[in-house]
Design a protein around this ligand. Structure first.
Ligand code: F6R
Length: 331
């Protein structure tokens, strides 16, 4: 039932252990497309649920909403309905919820989760936890503290699923979020509200606030899988993986976590140094395509026309082996 090869694809490998991961500070796996990646993630989750069932243990999952995990949830529902995977031992905690919002609201994450996952599986309703967007402002703080306590009481999150926002947020931990942050309210950044505006039929309808698990809550998870699909995530993915840890890009905090894997489709991975300019990382296959790409890149980088590029320009920009193959820049 569980495809072990697919699940094994996402096995954690410490970043920095392989030559091609130079510049990279987060372990990542590049898949052909989001469908392959989603199926691999779903099979990883299923494998953990089954392993916990064997040991008669509960499996605590941290879940995300948004467009990224939709196909993961579709595959989990299929595994339940067609292959008998049971979720009776599963306890879930969602990352976030808009505030204020009613559970009946179709834009609420409460609705999203029931629609896309919970209604299609046999999870016990009392095992589902989603931050409550219906509490009064007076109750809010206590409700966040209680959420955090409940996670701890149940032994912490075994596997946390994440997407990434274009602000670099995980959960709704927007730039400026503290490393030690816990479940709390947050004011959403404009870009986050803009990205949600289609679902709400206009940015003016997107709530200004949300409740989110904190950075610390997320980092306490035993295993983290973050997925990113599409070109519009490529720039922030490059910063998250190759950049220094900074509160300006909260995803970089994952560099502190020693069991995190990012699953990227080829488009989301397209700005990584090893993909965009592989000659800066290790020896490169100097086929026609790479040669043209590299020379055009070099000419732009040093701001010279191709005919004016010198041996030194090539040597100083990771292209000395190309030069060796051809004699000199003139050739
Ligand atoms: C949602 C969440 C957010 C999203 C992120 C990406 O629960 O926590 O961090 O994962 O905004 O959203 P999508 O997947 O819609 O691009």
């Amino acid at each position: 039932m569980i495809d072990q090869t697919k699940a094994a694809l996402l096995e954690y490998k410490a970043p920095g252990s392989f030559e091609e991961t130079r510049y990279e500070k987060l372990h990542n796996v590049i898949v052909n497309n989001s469908s392959d990646g989603s199926i691999a993630i779903a099979h990883c989750i299923a494998k953990l649920i089954l392993a916990k069932q064997k040991k008669k243990e509960t499996c605590v999952l941290g879940l995300a909403t948004g467009s990224s995990p939709l196909s993961v949830y579709r595959e989990l529902v299929r595994l339940h309905q067609e292959e008998g995977l049971s979720f009776k031992n599963v306890i879930t905690f969602n990352l976030d919820e808009y505030y204020p919002i009613s559970k009946e609201d179709v834009q609420s994450y409460y609705h999203f989760m029931h629609q896309n996952l919970f209604n299609g599986i046999d999870i016990e309703p009392e095992n589902i936890h989603i931050p409550n967007g219906e509490v009064t402002p007076e109750e809010l703080r206590a409700s966040c503290i209680a959420y955090e306590k409940k996670i701890k009481k149940l032994g912490g999150i075994d596997l946390q699923i994440l997407g990434i926002g274009r602000t670099g947020h995980i959960g709704f931990n927007e730039p400026g979020s503290h490393l030690n942050s816990q479940t709390r309210t947050i004011t959403l950044d404009h870009l986050t509200r803009f990205d949600a505006s289609a679902a709400f039929q206009g940015i003016e309808n997107v709530p200004r606030k949300a409740i989110t698990m904190g950075i610390q809550t997320i980092l306490n998870a035993k295993r983290i899988l973050l997925m990113a699909w599409g070109t519009y995530k490529a720039e922030i993915i490059q910063k998250a993986i190759e950049g220094k840890i900074t509160d300006k890009i909260p995803t970089t905090y994952l560099q502190y976590h020693k069991n995190t894997t990012l699953i990227l489709d080829t488009e989301a991975a397209s700005e990584l140094t090893r993909i965009k300019t592989p000659w800066l990382v290790s020896s490169c296959d100097w086929n026609e395509a790479n040669r043209s790409k590299a020379i055009a890149w070099l000419s732009e980088r040093v701001n010279k026309s191709i005919l004016k590029l010198t041996d030194e320009d090539y040597n100083q920009n990771g292209m000395s082996d190309l030069l060796a193959q051809h004699g000199s820049s003139y050739d």
